[in-house]
Design a protein around this ligand. Structure first.
Ligand SMILES: Nc1ncnc2c1ncn2[C@@H]1O[C@H](COP(=O)(O)OP(=O)(O)O)[C@@H](O)[C@H]1O
Ligand SMILES: [Mg+2]
Length: 306
């Protein structure tokens, strides 16, 4: 395989134009809510979660579009920028509710005799989603299956009650403290340390299915599994992201057909891999026909193989 539009491997410095990036790799990142094509059944699941004020739990293979759903819902229903909480094994519920910089505050008290607790508090993504608001906020709790074992149950408790306490404020002498929200400089008055939502946020939780959740947790969510893509659905997804010329269209159709065959054979492949393959195949810097197969294999490598 030789495909040398930029780097040729001789170490000689030259001025190289890298061409246009794929539309989904332009920076700063722009939300693209109109490009998402909901798979069959997803719209109903989103509407059930909205009507019942329940979180939506999306499961499905990596790259099946789980994390993209919230952008479209939030844009379409004018819920503002989605709040994002990306889960790792170190994520704790308290971190998502609020952060308190106790050391910073002690330091400031010593230095300046200043006791402005508000400067050392900040709500996390979940805490911000639970602020009273005219419109419900949209909150993505991404990859919940990566969490520590107890997190789903702790989370359930807060979501059932729709409120939480900031103990540092509950025992503070000042009754109302303006606290900074997540993702901005806005401050919101918090009275006696109690944060209480008055409209339940729209919450999407995602899972790659790496572990099971307790029945008590599942019962309180609307659950939806992202279906395996079909030739037709992938054609729509490709068309939503890229303009494919008439000349390129047969090659792209072959690529999609092959992609679907591999999915049916049980291989793990993500939609973004297909999009990458189509981009390379249809771009100015496309590999020549000898190199094409090798480049496509590189991009469309199975996910369960390192
Ligand atoms: N139904 C779809 N419509 C449009 N784009 C999609 C769809 N499904 C996946 N994609 C594209 O594939 C990429 C991966 O999706 P993502 O939401 O990150 O998947 P997941 O969170 O399930 O791993 C996204 O950048 C998105 O543009
Ligand atoms: Mg994701």
């Amino acid at each position: 395989m030789t495909w040398t539009p930029f780097y040729v491997g001789d170490g000689t410095p030259k001025n190289v134009d890298l061409g246009a990036p794929p539309p989904w790799r332009t920076f700063p990142r722009k939300p693209a809510p109109t490009e998402f094509r909901p798979p069959p059944g997803l719209v109903e699941a989103v509407n059930a979660a909205l009507a019942l004020r329940r979180p939506l739990l999306l499961t499905g293979a990596p790259g099946s579009g789980k994390s993209s759903v919230i952008e479209q819902v939030a844009a379409e229903l004018k819920l503002g920028d989605p709040l994002r909480w990306h889960i790792t094994s170190r994520s704790t519920l308290v971190d998502a509710l609020y952060r308190y910089d106790a050391l910073g505050r002690i330091h400031a008290q010593r230095l300046a005799g200043d006791d402005d607790i508000a400067s050392f508090l900040r709500l996390g993504p979940l805490g911000t989603a639970l602020l009273p608001a005219e419109r419900p906020r949209a909150l993505l709790i991404d990859e919940l299956d990566k969490s520590d074992f107890d997190l789903p149950s702790d989370l359930l408790d807060v979501l059932e009650r729709g409120e939480f306490e900031i103990p540092e404020l509950a025992r503070h002498q000042q009754d109302v403290v303006p606290v900074r929200a997540w993702g901005g400089t806005d401050r919101h008055p918090v009275e006696k340390g109690q944060v209480r939502c008055d409209t339940f946020p729209f919450i999407v939780m995602t899972s790659n299915g790496e572990r099971d959740f307790p029945a008590a947790f599942l019962r309180r969510c609307i659950r939806f599994s992202m279906p395996t893509p079909t030739v037709e659905s992938l054609q729509q997804v490709v068309a939503a992201h890229l303009t494919v010329s008439e000349d390129d269209s047969p090659a792209v159709d072959t690529l999609i057909a092959h992609f679907v065959e591999r999915l049916h054979a049980g291989e793990s492949l993500a939609v973004d891999q297909l999009l990458n393959a189509v981009h390379v195949l249809t771009s100015q810097e496309a590999p020549d026909s000898d190199a094409t197969q090798g480049v496509l294999e590189l991009i469309l490598r199975e996910l369960s193989r390192v």
